[in-house]
Design a protein around this ligand. Sequence first.
Ligand SMILES: Cc1ncc(COP(=O)(O)O)c(C=O)c1O
Length: 483
Amino acid sequence: MTATLSFLERVQQIAEALLEAERTEPVAPPRPPADMARHIAVGPLDDDDTAGRTGLTCMAGVAPGRAGLPIEDVLDALERVALATPRTGTRRFFNQLFSGRIEAAAAGEMVASLLNTSMYTYKVAGPHALIETALTQHMARHIGYAEDQGEGVFSPGGSLANLAAMIVARNQAVPDARERGLDGRRLTMYGSADCHYSITKNAGIIGLGRQNLRKVECDQRGRMKPEALEAMIVADRKAGAVPVAVIATAGTTVLGAFDPIEPIADVAGRQKVWLHVDGALGGTTLLSRRLRHLVAGSARADSWTWDAHKLMGVPLSSSVVLVRERGLLEKHFSEAAAYLFHNAETELDHGVRSIQCGRRNDALKLWASWKHFGDEGYAQRVEHLFDLAQHMAEGIERRSSLVLTCRPESVNVCFEVRGKASEGVCEALRVEQLAMVGHAEVGGRRIIRAACVNADMTFDDIDAFLDAVEDVAPHAPDGDNAL
Ligand SMILES: Cc1ncc(COP(=O)(O)O)c(C=O)c1O
């Protein structure tokens, strides 16, 4: 047996141990950091241990030591780390907007890791550059862009996909911005009051200033009000600002609400501003005939963010930024680099379209998964997620101890336990190893947000989760959740 084979066999054992732990203990035991550090520590502690010297004493044995360790010890430590990690792929994980495990996608991710491809040029990426083009073009068609329109590039997460789109929007509105900066001009962009925090953060990053990311009022269900948007743009322009873009959200982070793209596109058209749709969460509805109405008008957007690591269930991260007009990504992101880009295969040298230089291969896992399910399989999966959320909402309405915040528009279900602090309920569920779920703020109240994003879940899993909530509630602190 070669050394390489035994290394893979050991990794397989670790994977099997993890799968078994997920079955028997779907929520990993929570540990405070010092305990966790002791648990994963490996190797002799050096007298002048770097971590100890810097005062982070609990990191002793976690930081690398002066001397190296045998591979066997490291693989054993990896197993301990794996088993101590919060489990995101189980049927008790509702805490974030990603979950589950798709075999084809996991296989794609593992192969990508072994290949260690960087996605900047065809010369280095080979088939993966074709795969990236095929996927981004396929996504562009689902948005509804014409055959001769649409280009995209994978980006490390939806936040940075939004960043790329906001840079393109800024540069399109102020053509010399890329060369000369903003020169004292006050540019404004618009997102809903419920838009993701990356939009505000990005406004700070790209030189607009966070204050110039204007927050537009939402309706009761968290959808941007187009008439409020237009009034704000008009007022800002009167006050001397240069409105450049509106960012509609397809699937907001907490309520899962969909801003109405058609009327927002009408406003963007009248006001001559760029329209970006942040579909990090809800972009996948484009694949379903039943759900597409939520993103009606999709092709009217100048750009899109679409995360495959959310509702498409592929491992983090797998996000795409797409623009309608071909050539814009290269126009705003290419740089001369004679040591890298040789104008050999510009179509396939995707690095010219990206903010990054070295870029990991986030395309292969999505390709494997999409090949496996096809458009139809993915449509069914995303529809199932919506059904899970509706089922949870109905279950909450039936249980007198629980209060639904509002009917879910998509996959996030927001609710409270009557008389109990939402934060305390979440913590009790985690400590009792019953479920992981997060809390957030809606309409001046702290609510529990359960994200139904694991398409392997069944209605029974949802019922079991609600049973668990009711079981731990008596042990959770009282509270009225008003902020
Ligand atoms: C609406 C929305 N946009 C963007 C993001 C950021 O995506 P990522 O976590 O991939 O950076 C999120 C994340 O939750 C989101 O909900």
